[in-house]
Design a protein around this ligand. Structure first.
Ligand SMILES: N[C@@H](CCC(=O)N[C@@H](CS)C(=O)NCC(=O)O)C(=O)O
Length: 249
């Protein structure tokens, strides 16, 4: 097996989770520094110019952005492809990945998870309640209506589980952390798809580490993750003082 790649970024990030599941599908070994982006040090800022997670380091190759990373993994380690082969299906898979990263990211991460969990916990300020109410009332139902027409009633989007399934489902785990559940009576395909993909062994394995990352006391977190078997790096790109991100808010 190739030597382990390094991933920088918290287990709780949907973009990090996406990369980790892809690494696991490909049978690639990794070490991880599970930092929150707002606690990245100067070296982290150098590696990730937008100060975002995930970052992937594979020997001299340093990459940011989960889509760029997954595309690289698929090209550098083609053994277990993440995308279908036919051009039209491939393009549709890429579109669904992009839809997940941009639209579901905006709805479930920036409008729910960030407002309800990150702002109070990291910045000691309340989340934007009108924004939360608006996405729950209008924008999330519209996204779920769209996905209901795109997702399969069973199985995966393109044969075996792949990048589009992984990218989409990953956001629903953060939705769950922000107390949002898909109404299965209104969106049966979405609810079934999300349950199916998140039960996939790689997602299930990561959930253990996510639970530790979310629940352990900060001082004990590193040790608790090691106890849980998380493959942590020896060094960290983290720092103690929180810094505002450069992209939003
Ligand atoms: N398009 C990027 C988005 C990554 C992203 O937004 N990550 C979040 C964590 S879930 C982050 O680092 N946020 C910090 C910030 O934007 O300041 C990707 O696919 O990797």
């Amino acid at each position: 097996m190739a030597r382990p790649v390094t991933v920088i970024g918290s287990f709780v990030s949907p973009y990090v989770r996406k990369v980790l599941v892809c690494l696991m599908l490909k049978g690639l070994d990794y070490r991880i520094d599970p930092i929150t982006p707002f606690f990245g040090n100067d070296e982290f800022a150098r590696l990730s110019p937008l100060r975002r997670i995930p970052v992937l380091i594979d020997s001299e190759v340093v990459l940011t952005d989960s889509s760029v990373i997954c595309a690289y993994l698929d090209e550098a380690y083609p053994g277990r492809p993440l995308l279908p082969v036919a051009p039209a299906a491939r393009a549709r898979a890429r579109w669904l990945e992009e839809y997940a990263d941009s639209r579901l990211g905006d709805l479930f991460i920036w409008s729910l998870f960030y407002q309800k969990i990150v702002r109070p916990a990291v910045w000691g300020e309340p989340g934007d309640l009108p924004r939360i109410e608006r996405v729950l009332r209008e924008d999330i139902p519209a996204a779920l209506d769209y996905l209901e027409g795109e997702l399969p009633a069973d199985g995966y989007l393109f044969g075996d589980i792949g990048l589009a399934d992984i990218a989409l489902a990953s956001f629903f785990r953060n939705a769950d952390y922000a107390d949002f559940t898909v109404d299965a009576a209104r969106w049966p395909r979405v609810a079934g798809f999300v349950a199916r993909i998140l039960a996939y062994p790689a997602f299930a394995e990561l959930k253990r580490f996510e639970d530790v990352q979310r629940n352990a006391e900060i001082k004990r977190r590193h040790e608790a993750l090691l106890d849980a078997g998380a493959p942590l790096t020896d060094t960290t790109w983290g720092t103690r003082e929180a810094r505002r991100g450069m992209m939003r808010l």
